[in-house]
Design a binder for this molecule. Structure first.
Ligand SMILES: [Zn+2]
Length: 250
C-alpha cells in the first residue's frame, strides 16, 4: 500500500519536505525571490534537524500537521524516501510533536499527517487514554527532547469508546475502559445514547479527548509549566476514519 501511494505521486512541485518544513523555508533558508523549492531537493530526504525543529513555534507545528493531513486526505502525499530518512535520523532525532493516539489500525499518526521517520513521537493505546507512562513519554518528548506540541488524537467509530458505553468487562481491558468512563457523563448529547448510534459514540470520543487534555495539565506539572511558558501547546483532535480529515479541538 505504501508503494502504491508513493508511486501515485509524480508532481515534482510537491515539496518533499513539506511536513514541518514549510515554515522553515521562510526562516531557516530565507530563500530569495525566485528561489525554488526544487533547489532543496538534494537534502529533501532528510529528517528534521535540531535547528529546523527549534526554529518552529508550537502554532507552526500545528499548521504543518494540518497541511500534512490535507495532503493525505486529498491523496497528494509528499514523495518519501524512508531509507534516506532512516540514515539521516540515525545519529539523533528532533521530532516536533508528541501524538497520543488510539491503537485502532485505521489511525496511524505518521500516515494521516503525512509525516516521516524522525518527525513525530507517537504513543498509542486503546481509547488514547492518559496514564502515567504516557505522561512520562510526553514529558520525555517535550521537556527532554524538545518537541513543541502534545496532540491527543481521538477518532470516529472508536471501539474502545463503544466498549466503554457498553460496559464491557474483559481482563485488563476493564481497567483501561474505566479511564474512558468520565467521558460518558461528560458528553453533551441529545438522542439515543447507545454504542449503535455513531453520533453518540463520536460525541463521547470527542469528550474523551477534551478530558484527556485537562488530565495532562492536571497530572503533569512539567507539561503544564512548558505550556504556560509558551514552549509547547497541548491540543486535541478528532480523526474521521471515513473522510480521513482531522479536526482540531480544544
Ligand atoms: Zn479507537
Amino acid at each position: 500500500m505504501k508503494t502504491m501511494s508513493r508511486k501515485s505521486v509524480h508532481n515534482p512541485a510537491v515539496d518533499r519536505r513539506s511536513f514541518l518544513r514549510t515554515a522553515l523555508g521562510a526562516c531557516a533558508f530565507c530563500p530569495p525571490l525566485g528561489f525554488s523549492l526544487v533547489q532543496l531537493a538534494p537534502s529533501m530526504s532528510e529528517s528534521l534537524t535540531k535547528e529546523q525543529r527549534d526554529s518552529m513555534t508550537p502554532s507552526q507545528v500545528i499548521d504543518e500537521l494540518k497541511k500534512g493531513n490535507e495532503r493525505f486526505r486529498t491523496g497528494k502525499m509528499a514523495p518519501r524516501d524512508y531509507l534516506a530518512e532512516k540514515r539521516s535520523s540515525a545519529a539523533g532525532q528532533y521530532p516536533a510533536a508528541v501524538v497520543l493516539g488510539c491503537v485502532d489500525s485505521r489511525v496511524p499518526a505518521e500516515i494521516v499527517f503525512d509525516a516521516g521517520i524522525g518527525d513525530i513521537f507517537t504513543g498509542r493505546v486503546a481509547g488514547n487514554v492518559i496514564n502515567d507512562d504516557m505522561l512520562g513519554s510526553m514529558e520525555f518528548g517535550c521537556a527532554v527532547s524538545g518537541a513543541k506540541l502534545v496532540l491527543v488524537l481521538g477518532h470516529t467509530a472508536c471501539g474502545a469508546i463503544k466498549g466503554t458505553i457498553d460496559d464491557v468487562v474483559l481482563g485488563n481491558l476493564t481497567g483501561l475502559l474505566a479511564r474512558i468512563k468520565p467521558a460518558i457523563p461528560g458528553a453533551k448529547f441529545d438522542g439515543e445514547k447507545s454504542s449503535k448510534n455513531a453520533s453518540y459514540v463520536d460525541a463521547v470520543a470527542r469528550t474523551n479527548v477534551v478530558l484527556g487534555l485537562a488530565e495532562i495539565r492536571r497530572r503533569s506539572p512539567v507539561l503544564e509549566d512548558l505550556e504556560k511558558k509558551g514552549s509547547i501547546k497541548i491540543i486535541g483532535a478528532m480523526y474521521d476514519v471515513a473522510t480521513g480529515a482531522v479536526e482540531f479541538v480544544g
